[in-house]
Design a protein around this ligand. Structure first.
Ligand code: SAM
Length: 268
């Protein structure tokens, strides 16, 4: 596979923006060229335009997911930016003390599941028994959603889960030399998995939601897509509900009705 020329890069850029809201600036050309080239080699293709026609013409949308997975990153981890989970636990305890027993959370870019399962553990621990808890886990990528659903993690992935929680919420399976940690049904049953494209509101959920985690995905969007997304999250949250964004994604300079609580935590 040879290099990607500018006109062809621009066609990929337009397709990706139209389908996912992800903005690829010219500085991404080399990276995109390499990542798409890798995907093309897997398919046995050596012409970017042939591949472009293939993705554009794929009615199932599966190749588009492959393309988006190739150019975006799915990096995540259990209890990433852990301050958000401490903040959440305190908010939940307060709402519980006020008598609330029904909780609806949305994990908007769930990737391979580490974030929604961290939410599920935090909620179970903070709320105890007797509550009606549902966490909606969405992503644009059917590939990572499949991993979410499977809920099987290698030992190095569960390192950031407190050991007593790991034993409570994961089953250790497989050979002693190569164990796998499988999410137990008591945790998994709190989650609902759906494919959802954040760049295409309105979304079909019925609010009101208590908390939305929308972390480390807005970095890929331009301000137009971000603003639309933020208004939709605002609409779906209950008054007093929280939005968590990634630590590198302040809403400063964005037109939005959210009030800042602390860096990367917002309230409706
Ligand atoms: C870097 S991961 C962040 C995962 C997790 N929220 C975290 O902070 O650890 C970004 C995720 O956003 C997803 N994504 C990218 N564009 C999207 C879109 N338009 N709609 C929904 N999800 C999208 C990707 O598939 C990927 O799984």
């Amino acid at each position: 596979v040879s290099g990607l020329d500018t006109p062809t890069f621009n066609k990929f850029r337009d397709l990706v923006y139209e389908k996912s809201g992800i903005s690829l600036g010219p500085q991404k050309a080399a990276l995109v060229s390499a990542r798409i080239g890798k995907r093309m080699r897997t398919l046995g293709m050596d012409d970017y335009n042939v591949y472009l026609n293939f993705v554009s013409g794929d009615k199932t949308g599966e190749e588009l997911v492959q393309l988006l997975d190739a150019i975006s990153t799915n990096v995540t981890s259990f209890f990433r930016e852990s301050g958000h989970f401490d903040f959440l636990a305190e908010a939940l305890k307060k709402w519980r003390a006020e008598g609330q027993s029904r909780y609806r959370l949305w994990c908007a870019a769930a990737s391979s599941g580490e974030e929604p399962y961290s939410l599920a553990m935090t909620m179970t621990e903070a709320l105890g028994s007797g509550c009606d808890i549902k966490i909606l886990a969405t992503d644009i990528s059917t590939k990572v959603l499949g991993l979410c659903q499977k809920g099987v993690y290698a030992p190095d992935k569960v390192k950031t889960v407190p050991p007593q929680w790991r034993d409570r919420y994961f089953e250790r399976e497989g050979a002693r030399q190569a164990p796998q940690y499988v999410v137990r049904p008591n945790l998994r049953r709190l989650l609902l998995f759906k494919r959802l494209n954040l760049s295409k509101p309105p979304f079909p959920m019925k609010g009101p939601l208590d908390v939305v985690f929308c972390r480390n995905v807005m970095i890929y969007f331009d301000n137009e897509v971000r603003s639309r997304l933020l208004s939709e999250i605002y609409r779906l949250l209950k008054p007093g509900g929280y939005l968590m964004v990634g630590h590198a994604e302040s809403l400063t300079g964005m037109v939005s009705k959210f009030k800042s609580v602390q860096p990367s935590v917002y309230v409706k």
